[in-house]
Design a protein around this ligand. Structure first.
Ligand code: GLU
Length: 424
């Protein structure tokens, strides 16, 4: 893999995974060499210091990032992650994946991602608010409804988005709901946004089952991660009649071969505030065991690079639906492909979140709000047609679903670059 001049902080394993995937797709589709160089690196990368007055009076300085990978097709779009291991390479990789994800779904957006290197669990509500507002003030010149539109990701939620919206609005002097998505309903959020990623995972999984002639009522599902994506995926899988046999979080997992009582588990986890390790509603298993369970559908819905060359041979599912971003390394991908696992890649499987973010932004810009059923119907239409386009393309190209999804996304972005030409 050849990487053009790269700031060394960006050069890490997650960024290399994103670039290696891109390179492979670019090779297969014979992408214009100029564009190939150009699309490997982000448009802009901002690193900010975020000083925060802690409750005990001392000032702590956190590091924050906002990376805009591409904005050739519209404002850049992507979440903000609060996690103690966030770094520039990870954020740049996630920004690149957002570009392909938005293009694959046909949304008029480029890709971006942000993050702050912090453990939000260790902050009080006041500290979290001050951190968020200062971070928002530092990235203020980059963001805006027509420029770059953040959203929630790992470790952030609707309240964090409300603080960003307020900080931005106070600077410009009027309420600007379209600057972020995933907001509370009271300030221009959208019905159905919170559950959207999980609902999208279920919609595409049901399409994959149809294609493979599998009955959802006889399917077993294992889900790694019980945050926003994992918990809503579990709930909706349960609602459509699939048997959710295992779930996990960073404290470990719960397993019941006859199916976990998901409504009870959701209530006990207190809106995923309480760790699963404290809940006794199934047999204890480790995250590693969960990934190796014999099941119809495995949903990694936690962090990146969970399925690697070390454990891929032991993965025992028929369908891998990637709720997380980048959960599978390239080596693992090949092993799974050879085993005949049907992969619904991240940029397709988890695109429900950004699709409903798009609906939220459209509603904010038009100041006209939709009914929840309209949101669900339109999400279903967009994500299932993206699934079928990808499947068709993968059959035509004789490539796996991951490469087909990447090639379709990259192709849209390439067309936009070629049409606009190189400035100046
Ligand atoms: N963080 C989500 C993702 O990775 C949503 C991004 C958005 O809605 O802009 O796709």
């Amino acid at each position: 893999m050849t990487l053009p001049a790269l700031p060394h902080e960006m050069d890490n394993h997650t960024f290399r995974l994103a670039v290696a995937q891109f390179d492979r797709a670019a090779e297969l589709m014979n992408l214009d060499p100029n564009l190939r160089q150009r699309l490997k690196l982000p448009d802009r990368s901002l690193v900010v210091s975020v000083p925060v007055r802690m409750d005990d009076g001392h000032v702590e300085v956190f590091t924050g990032y906002r990376v805009i990978h591409d904005s050739s097709r519209g404002p850049s779009k992507g979440g903000i992650r609060y996690h103690p291991e966030v770094n520039l390479g990870e954020v740049a990789a996630l920004a690149m994946w957002m570009t392909w994800k938005c293009a694959l779904a046909g949304l008029p957006y480029g890709g971006a991602k942000g993050g702050v290197r912090v453990d939000p669990q260790k902050l009080s509500r006041g500290e979290l608010q001050r951190l968020t507002r200062r971070y928002a003030a530092e990235i203020f010149p980059f963001i805006g409804p027509d420029k770059d539109v953040p959203a929630p990701d790992v470790g952030t939620d609707a309240q964090v988005m409300a603080w960003i919206m307020d900080t931005y609005s106070m600077q410009v002097g009027f309420a600007s709901p379209g600057v972020v998505t995933g907001k509370p309903l009271s300030i221009g959020g959208s019905l159905g946004r919170e559950e959207a990623t999980g609902r999208g995972v279920v919609y595409v999984t049901l399409e994959a089952m149809k294609h493979l002639h599998l009955d959802p009522k006889k399917a077993t599902v294992a889900i790694q991660g019980f945050g926003n994506v994992g918990s809503h995926t579990a709930r909706i899988m349960h609602e459509v009649g699939a048997k959710v046999v295992a779930v996990s979080d960073h404290t470990g997992g719960l397993y019941n071969k006859n199916g976990l009582d998901i409504p009870k588990l959701l209530a006990a986890s207190n809106d995923h505030g309480r760790p699963l390790g404290d809940i006794k509603l199934g047999d204890r298993i480790t995250n590693e065991n969960l990934l190796q369970l014999d099941c119809t559908v495995l949903v990694p819905a936690a962090l990146s690079e969970q399925i690697t060359e070390k454990n891929a041979a032991k993965v025992n599912c028929r369908i891998l639906a990637e709720g997380a971003n980048g959960p599978t390394t390239l080596e693992a991908d090949q092993i799974l492909h050879d085993k005949g696992v049907f992969i619904i890649p991240d940029i397709l499987a988890n695109s429900g979140g950004v699709i409903v973010s798009y609906f939220e932004w459209v509603q904010d810009v038009q100041r006209f709000f939709w009914k929840e059923q309209d949101i669900r119907d339109r999400l279903h239409e967009i994500i299932t047609s993206a699934f079928h386009r990808t499947l068709e393309f993968s059959n035509k190209q004789k490539s796996g679903m991951r490469m087909a999804a990447l090639m379709s996304g990259i192709d849209q972005v390439a067309k936009a670059h070629l049409a606009r030409g190189l400035y100046p």
